[in-house]
Design a protein around this ligand. Structure first.
Ligand SMILES: NC(=O)C1=CN([C@@H]2O[C@H](COP(=O)(O)OP(=O)(O)OC[C@H]3O[C@@H](n4cnc5c(N)ncnc54)[C@H](OP(=O)(O)O)[C@@H]3O)[C@@H](O)[C@H]2O)C=CC1
Ligand SMILES: CC(=O)C(=O)O
Ligand SMILES: [Mg+2]
Length: 573
């Protein structure tokens, strides 16, 4: 009798298991007698979810469901991605992170502390699965909510759930990882329930040494692992240091850049304004703002502008006003590239005055300042443009620079809109208007899956840009006809296949792929290969039952009874 190890235990108590399977697993009698289809179970879950009155209660219920029946969780998520994503991801995950120390009930990933250095490789051995991808954060800039220390774990967990739901990466092949490097959030450090080290954030030099050890440890343990950095206050040093030597990328800089370019390409078409005539004001000059602008520069260059012409189409505002070379402070390195040198000493007064001066076609918000695009700002944009591009991208919803409704009402429904967190559709002048969601969830699953399948040795700029271009082409005819900038999120698995293909092709062109068997596949063959490799909770949920049923059948045939199956083959339980 083969003693096959089942890869997951979370299906053990599954109500869809047949009596034979239950007997085999030793769970007979431990679940209610009915054998239920997944549809019936999903119905129960949705009803239960509806009884929870607050988003955080719904979040907690979904955490519990994932822990107890992973396939059912992913079936539910896949079938209701539009409705459930806001509960496991932005905006609810923001509240969950703020309250992580109060609501935590079970481990869902790994924590590595600064005091663990020297032993990181050994500690990774405690993780029980083979890992293909990790999302890691130090919690120092969680969405627009600031430094939340190890409370930030909600972000890797949420992002990796989307990796599974949107790109079919097997749940057990994902590792949520939180680095406990101290926190500058004093209130958390002093909270008796806080679960991280109660020390201030380590220095950049200490962080660098820790990350160096971690990158070596992760790739020694799992040589093909893809590593996604997420929500670091200053992500640039690590990105620069590791991007050519590891299969890694920074989602906030690169994923966000790609997703916004993906929607921006469509917005530029819809605006009717030639590329060369666009001008952009960015409120927020952090990792996401600069990441987005850098990718747009790439797009402008492909459209025929020189790099210098492209660079000068941006005006950045940070917490100290317009970013200029002559304003008297030492600019952070990442801001210098876009800093203006043509301000002639004029003082920045307000966003409204800057709009009067620049006359932009595009307004991007990556500032964490909720409501910053007020009525006056939006009306100015509407006056200047037939179709102003308004992208309030800060998360969660409370930090969004404006709501969809505000943008629509103050631009007479003419704006081309995308926000970081979801807003509901609305009727305006008898027309149903649907907002775009410019969130990196449209691309990071495909970037990660593309890197995994191509066995990329690094994640190149071309791979990132390919994800943006692929996204922009993934809208169907109806979505294009309706003027959407992003495809319907309910089609995200199809979209991820397109993005993954683009990423793999770029890896091949750059020669960073190690999966040589994929090089000669046609696009159709490659798509089929991608789909085939994706975890599908609708198939795989049944697979556990089938695997056990096969074992039972084999046991019956061979009559080779061992301790585990003893009672199954011959019992009449
Ligand atoms: N939609 C999406 O997919 C994504 C959205 N985001 C969101 O973008 C936001 C920013 O993220 P990130 O760039 O990483 O964060 P950072 O902390 O790196 O950047 C925030 C920027 O906003 C500036 N800022 C702060 N206050 C003001 C103010 N009053 N007026 C103007 N600018 C201000 C900061 O200025 P200073 O530099 O002077 O401190 C900084 O440049 C977050 O809310 C995040 O959730 C991020 C990634 C993806
Ligand atoms: C979406 C995302 O990555 C962020 O807000 O940080
Ligand atoms: Mg992020």
């Amino acid at each position: 009798m083969p003693t096959r190890q089942l890869t997951t235990t979370s299906g053990d108590f599954c109500l869809s298991n047949s009596p034979d399977v239950r007997k085999h697993l030793g769970t007979y009698g431990l679940t209610p007698p009915a054998v239920e289809s997944f549809d019936v179970q999903a119905q129960r879950c949705l009803r239960l979810l509806a009884t929870k009155t607050t988003p955080i209660e719904k979040f907690q219920y979904l955490v519990h469901l994932k822990a107890t029946n992973v396939h059912l969780f992913y079936r539910l998520l896949s079938q209701n991605i539009k409705e459930l994503t806001p509960l496991i991801y932005t905006p609810t995950v923001g509240e969950a992170c703020v309250r992580w120390h109060e609501i935590w009930t079970q481990p869902e990933g790994m924590y590595l502390s600064f005091s663990d250095r020297g032993n990181l490789r050994q500690i990774l051995d405690n993780w029980p699965h083979e890992v293909e991808i990790t999302v890691l954060t130090d919690g120092s800039r969680i969405l627009g909510l600031g430094d939340l220390g190890v409370n930030g774990m909600g972000i890797p967990v949420g992002k990796l759930s989307l990796y599974t739901a949107c790109a079919g990466i097997r749940p057990e092949a994902t590792l949520p990882l939180t680095l406990d490097l101290g926190t500058n959030n004093k209130a958390l450090r002093e909270d008796p329930l806080y679960m991280g080290s109660r020390v201030p954030k380590v220095t950049p030099e200490e962080e660098k040494e820790f990350l160096d050890e971690l990158m070596v440890a992760l790739t020694d343990k799992w040589p093909n692992i893809v590593i996604q950095f997420e929500d670091f206050k200053n992500p640039f040093p690590a990105l620069e240091r590791y991007q050519n030597t590891y299969s890694m990328f920074n989602d906030d800089v690169q994923g966000t850049g790609a997703v916004i370019v993906g929607g921006f390409i469509n917005a530029v078409k819809a605006s009717g304004v030639p590329v060369k005539d666009h001008k952009a004001i960015f409120l927020g000059a952090g990792s996401a703002g600069v990441g987005v602008a850098k990718q747009i520069v790439e797009f402008f260059k492909k459209e025929g502008l020189t790099e210098e012409e492209a660079r000068r189409k941006f005006w950045f505002v940070d917490s100290n006003g317009l970013v200029t070379l002559d304003r008297g402070d030492k600019l952070a390195d990442h801001k210098v590239y876009f800093a203006r040198d043509d301000n002639n000493g004029r003082q920045y007064q307000s966003l409204a005055r800057l709009i009067d001066y620049v006359q932009p076609t595009i307004l991007m918000g990556l500032s964490t300042i909720g409501g910053a695009f007020n009525k006056e700002i939006l009306q100015k944009m509407a006056k200047l443009n037939n179709h102003p591009v308004i992208f309030p991208l800060s998360n969660p919803s409370s930090k969004s620079e404006c709501t969809f409704e505000e943008a629509v009402l103050n631009t007479e429904g003419r704006c081309l809109f995308a926000s970081g967190s979801p807003f509901p559709s609305m009727e305006y002048n008898g027309k149903l208007l649907t907002p775009g969601q410019g969130n990196n969830m449209y691309v990071f699953p495909g970037i990660g899956l593309g890197a995994i399948l191509s066995k990329a040795t690094s994640v190149t700029q071309d791979m990132i840009y390919a994800s943006a271009e692929s996204l922009s082409t993934s809208l169907n005819k109806q979505e294009v006809a309706d003027g959407w900038l992003y495809p319907d999120i309910r089609r995200i698995r199809d979209v991820s296949v397109v993005v993954t293909r683009g990423v793999i092709r770029a890896a091949q062109q750059n020669g960073v792929d190690r999966a040589s068997e994929l090089r000669n596949l046609s696009d159709e063959e490659l798509d089929a290969y991608i789909v085939e490799s994706m975890y599908d909770p609708f198939k795989d949920g049944e697979q556990l039952g089938e695997e056990v049923a096969n074992l039972v059948a084999q046991t019956n045939q061979s009559n080779d009874v061992n301790g585990i199956t003893n009672g199954v083959a011959h019992s009449h339980l």
